[in-house]
Ligand binder design. Structure first.
Ligand SMILES: [Ca+2]
Ligand SMILES: [Ca+2]
Ligand SMILES: [Ca+2]
Length: 198
């Protein structure tokens, strides 16, 4: 669906540039979702295209535009009225990151990044859900390999996790807040071991 939407966005954006798009709801052509463009009152540039992709009378996709450039796509993919996917695009039109809401409440709190081959490479997380990223999870081959987190919001990581086969293996902590790790917990089949590092 996203691919369809994006091609439609491109089509609409081009039409808008050519002055061909009308200001009311459009696209009754077969299969195309109902789309409504909105333009800046000051600059006249295309700012937003609102879609009703399943034609139930409720908007479920929003393309935030800077003229012809797609900046951000917001999607309500399960049509429950709550946005559940935020696609951010860079100046070249490439997908930069995809935001999602771990709590499913319409507030983005995690953002996924791909590597050059399109595989999940990193997820930035705002654990306090305030938009500030304080946890970074790294992935390889679809599995999490490590994570680092700033649990006390001083801007410095104080918790480091490693994973083996996608399963938590160790947690290293900076418990005395001096910026250096001082305790390590290791998760083994036989149980958890704790060691003081210095
Ligand atoms: Ca809809
Ligand atoms: Ca939804
Ligand atoms: Ca910290």
């Amino acid at each position: 669906m996203t691919r369809t939407l994006l091609s439609l966005v491109a089509t609409l954006a081009l039409a808008a540039t050519a002055g061909a798009a009308c200001s009311s709801s459009s696209t009754d052509s077969a299969g195309a979702p109902a789309a409504t463009p909105a333009y800046s009152k000051t600059t006249g540039k295309l700012e937003l295209i609102t879609y009703d992709t399943n034609r139930d009378g409720k908007a479920d996709a929003w393309a935030h535009m800077d003229g012809t450039r797609l900046v951000r796509m917001e999607l309500d993919r399960d049509f429950d009225g709550v946005i559940d996917r935020w696609e951010h695009y860079d100046a070249d039109g490439a997908l930069e990151k995809v935001g999602f809401s771990r709590a499913g409440d319409g507030i983005p709190d995690a953002w996924a990044f791909q590597d050059s081959s399109g595989r999940l490479a990193r997820i930035d997380v705002s654990t306090r859900r305030d938009g500030t990223v304080n946890r970074r999870e790294y992935y390889e081959g679809g599995l999490q390999i490590r994570a680092e987190e700033d649990t006390d919001e001083d801007g410095k990581p104080d918790k480091w996790e490693t994973y083996r086969d996608g399963i938590l293996f160790s947690v290293t902590l900076d418990t005395d807040r001096d910026g250096r790790p001082d305790r390590r917990l290791t998760y083994l089949p036989s149980g958890v071991t704790s060691e003081k590092l210095r």
